[in-house]
Design a protein. Sequence first.
Length: 264
Amino acid sequence: MPKQKGIIKIHGTLNGICYYPLHGVYLSRVATGPSRKRILTDPAFANVKANNQEFGMASKLSKAIRTGLSETAKNFQDTYMASRLSGVCRKIIQKGSGTLGKREAHIANYPQALIGFQLNKQVVFNQVYTAKTIVTSHNNRRIITINIPKSSVFHLKKQPKNATHFQLIGALSLVSKYKYSPNKKTYHPMSLKQNAIGISKKTAPLLCKIEHTNLQIQLQTPIITQLQTNVSLTVWLGIQYLKLEGSEYYTYKSHKAMQCIGMI
């Protein structure tokens, strides 16, 4: 192996060259690794290929959830939300039936992995708003109701000093089960027309200083046909604070949070 020359010794990879110490001597070599073609065709890399397929599916499942949430997610998410959600989706796939690399991706297989997921890891919903929430479904899952029996100032844990109101946001994201297709060598949603769609709804601005009872957010699934059994409804609840100045409400950019509160 060629030795590194010069006063400054490099440790790492730079411009395709790997620099490293070995037995007190700094060496360099061309950085090499298996090609994409080899990973796809060489039986020695079968597990690597299978894991890559499932990681790719985890990204698809994550994107389907985020697409269903649409602009709602963008208003609450942190920088790394997509990658964090993909990690959760990978855990869901690991619970699916089938062999490694071809296991089904179905949220219903492991809903507890997603429930409690924060769109912003730094602002945890349950640390901002602690009122009890109840989720119910009606009319064959066509209508989802989020009910808060009682909400008072004691449930508002991180209220900005000058906030006058708060607002609750409910959201649905519909996600189909994905299965691996041996012919196409890729995953596909089993209910394409009921996948990666959603709806959201806000309450009216609510005064922070008074008690509210029986708050409800009713969400109707955005489809006209019967909901397929292989489609999961993920239910989300968020909170944001407002300040009333004159007749205008201004939203605080901080202290807003949203999490998954259920799967139906």
